[in-house]
Design a protein around this ligand. Structure first.
Ligand SMILES: CC(C)(COP(=O)(O)OP(=O)(O)OC[C@H]1O[C@@H](n2cnc3c(N)ncnc32)[C@H](O)[C@@H]1OP(=O)(O)O)[C@@H](O)C(=O)NCCC(=O)NCCS
Length: 223
């Protein structure tokens, strides 16, 4: 097995569209990592791979092995669930899991997403916007913690909802963001929610509060 990933292209497919060989290699990596390496006899083949909505994300090696993998499920309440995040032992630390996570999270960014993290990997998931949702627990003898990521709303969702029938999910976020300077907001500090941005725009419009040139708008007036 070559450990060099094939240009680290992330593949994605529903189970029904998978080639049998590819699917076998994904399941083999999952079993190699979660059952053999982690010495944990548990029902790795849990039936959920056969659900119609289940999606697989993976990265191949140049010679056709699966080096990195994750599974994206849709729970009955519409919440998405990421799981089985794994990288072949010899291919770790190359950024494969990060690429897979980025692809899966981008695909469902406007929906709530949950995962059951092995506790040691919680910091990794936090970098994608997941936060702890409950206390640590043991599953099959391994410490886990549930994590949840709230949907990311397009920047100006409220404005689109108010003025047109266009659903917020369809609102073009970046184009909308480009118009913020027209509304007196030249700089959106990191970490501001869409609601906070909208409140600031409203304050500027209704009370003439301006952002100080080059300054932090959070300091120029309370929200
Ligand atoms: C966790 C795992 C998927 C990471 O895969 P990877 O391809 O090596 O990860 P990346 O190279 O993309 O690194 C992503 C981040 O993971 C974190 N990470 C990787 N291995 C880690 C470890 N053993 N402990 C803590 N953090 C770790 C690093 O913080 C890294 O962050 P950085 O990009 O800022 O350096 C891999 O170690 C693995 O398969 N582990 C066994 C299976 C498992 O436990 N999966 C997690 C289930 S919740």
């Amino acid at each position: 097995m070559t450990l060099q990933p094939l240009a680290t292209a992330v593949h994605r497919a529903y189970t029904a569209d998978l080639d049998a060989g590819d699917f076998y290699r994904m399941l083999r990596l999952r079993v190699d990592v979660f059952v053999v390496e982690q010495e944990c006899p548990y029902p790795e083949l849990d039936g959920r791979d056969l659900e119609e909505t289940t999606r697989h994300f993976w990265i191949d090696s140049a010679d056709g092995y699966v080096l990195g993998y994750l599974r994206l499920l849709e729970d009955p309440d519409g919440t998405y669930r990421i799981g089985r995040v794994c990288t072949a032992k010899g291919a770790r630390g190359l950024g494969l899991a990060r690429k897979l996570m980025r692809a899966a999270v981008a695909e469902v960014q406007h929906s709530p997403v949950v995962l059951a993290a092995q506790t040691y990997a919680a910091d990794f998931y936090r970098t994608f916007g997941f936060v702890e949702d409950g206390d640590e627990y043991l599953e099959d003898g391994i410490p886990h913690i549930d994590m949840r990521r709230e949907p990311r709303r397009p920047l100006c969702a409220g404005r689109f909802r108010a003025k047109s029938a266009t659903p917020p999910e369809a609102a073009p976020g970046p184009a909308c963001a480009e118009r913020l300077p027209e509304r007196g907001l030249n700089h959106v500090p990191a970490g501001w929610s869409a609601d906070r941005v909208l409140r600031r725009c409203t304050l500027i419009r209704t009370q003439g509060v301006r952002q100080e040139a080059g300054g932090n708008p959070a300091r120029s007036a309370p929200l």
